[in-house]
Ligand binder design. Structure first.
Ligand code: NAP
Ligand code: 3JM
Length: 343
């Protein structure tokens, strides 16, 4: 099997580190791994397959000099905007984890369990976009239910972990908790979030837009329709909670036809990379601390609405750094290789 020169941009970030682990776990055909980050991290090391690899500073030459064939970007939207074109120019396929290219008509937005066929459109710009973490875990559950019952509307509230905002945001939660136990919480600093996150929930992720929703909420609206290839009316309320890892979602789905909760459980238990955890009498339902480090999306609390037999409610949980970012990107890369090798 052919092996590839793979660059990870943002290699020592929360998502980048997870990328390295998953590439190793799935035995991805890596000929050489090139870890890239900013000048701040150049010279530091990351571990890959038991070896210490030195991080290189990302420059416009990084991809051509290293003859990169697959470039996995997760260093923020402005970094992708500036450097993804250099990777493409150097002949690499870019798999981008940021929101920068997601809604570009010439860039496929892919969740391999939902729309793997869209990967073939990568040639238009040389870029494949990875959706937002909250979108990925939700559409994995929506798609199999849509195929059977037909979705007419989705309403979702999220409970998003601090790691979604990067390593420094995780540190901020830990530091504030330590300050709380030292009776010094009022002195604790906050930078990553607009308010104290310890012992709090913040109903704001990303900036507010003129329509009253945040950018994070509109990512869920727009990305869901693009991935599902149809307009799905959707309202989201995205909330940051004092959890380190694992995004949770309370989802209400209105269908075109009657939808039975037991049938939905059966459909979801057969869906790829979904695990149904739904035995509430015995305390079994999805929770973020149990989803941490896993590559599946967990669905539970599946129940019929009391008033409308076309409505189901459920709770969906996944590891945001894996399912919501790195695992999805690596699965895209694996499918891209299948496509390349079939040509
Ligand atoms: P993080 O923990 O803060 O890590 C950021 C990484 O990017 C670090 O390796 C950092 O290196 C690097 N970086 C920052 N500025 C750079 C620059 N100018 N040039 C080169 N490298 C630079 O953040 P994260 O959680 O890993 O997230 C990174 C990005 O991934 C986010 O901004 C977001 O766009 C995306 N993301 C996507 C999802 C998703 O749902 N698909 C989920 C989470 C994050 P230094 O240490 O050298 O600064
Ligand atoms: C920038 O939990 C989160 O904050 C969402 C992850 C995230 C994203 C994203 O994937 O949409 C954090 C920071 C972005 C972005 O816009 O690329």
């Amino acid at each position: 099997m052919k092996e590839y020169i793979v660059a990870v941009v943002g290699a020592n970030g929360a998502v980048g580190e997870e990328m390295l682990e998953i590439l190793e776990e799935v035995n991805f055909p890596v000929k050489k791994l090139i870890p890239l980050a900013s000048a701040r991290s150049a010279g530091k090391t990351v571990e890959f397959k038991g070896e210490e690899l030195t991080i290189q500073e990302l420059t416009s030459e990084s991809f051509s000099e290293n003859e990169v064939e697959i470039a996995l970007f997760s260093a923020g939207g402005s970094v992708s905007a500036k450097y993804a074109p250099f990777a493409v120019e150097a002949g690499a396929v870019v798999i981008d984890n940021t929101s920068h290219f997601r809604m570009d008509d010439d860039v496929p937005l892919v969740v391999p369990e939902v729309n793997p066929e869209d990967i073939a459109l990568w040639k238009k710009k040389g870029i494949i976009a990875n959706p937002n973490c909250s979108t990925i875990q939700m559409v994995q559950a929506l798609k199999p239910l849509d195929d059977v019952f037909g979705i007419s509307r989705v309403d979702v509230s999220t409970y998003q972990a601090t790691s979604g905002a990067g390593k420094s945001a995780m540190d901020e939660l830990v530091n504030q908790m330590q300050a709380f136990f030292a009776f010094k919480l009022e002195d604790a600093e906050y930078e990553a979030f607009p308010h104290q996150i310890a012992l709090n929930v913040i109903p704001q992720i990303d900036k507010f837009l003129d329509n009253g929703f945040t950018k994070e909420e509109m990512k869920m609206v727009n990305e869901t329709s693009k991935i599902m290839h149809k307009q799905i009316p959707l309202a989201a309320t995205c909330v940051r909670v004092p959890v380190l890892r694992g995004h949770s979602e309370s989802v209400t789905i209105t269908f075109k036809t009657e939808a039975d909760a037991q049938k939905a459980r059966e459909i979801l238990s057969k869906a790829p990379n979904i695990v149904v955890e739904d035995d509430p009498q015995n305390g079994i339902y999805p929770m973020p601390f149990k989803a941490t480090g896993k590559d599946e999306t967990f669905v539970g609390r599946i129940r019929n609405d009391v008033f409308d037999s076309k409505i189901l409610h459920m709770f969906i949980v996944a590891d945001n750094l894996r399912v919501g970012a790195a695992t999805n990107a690596v699965r895209i890369a694996q499918k891209w290789i299948e496509l390349e090798e079939a040509e």
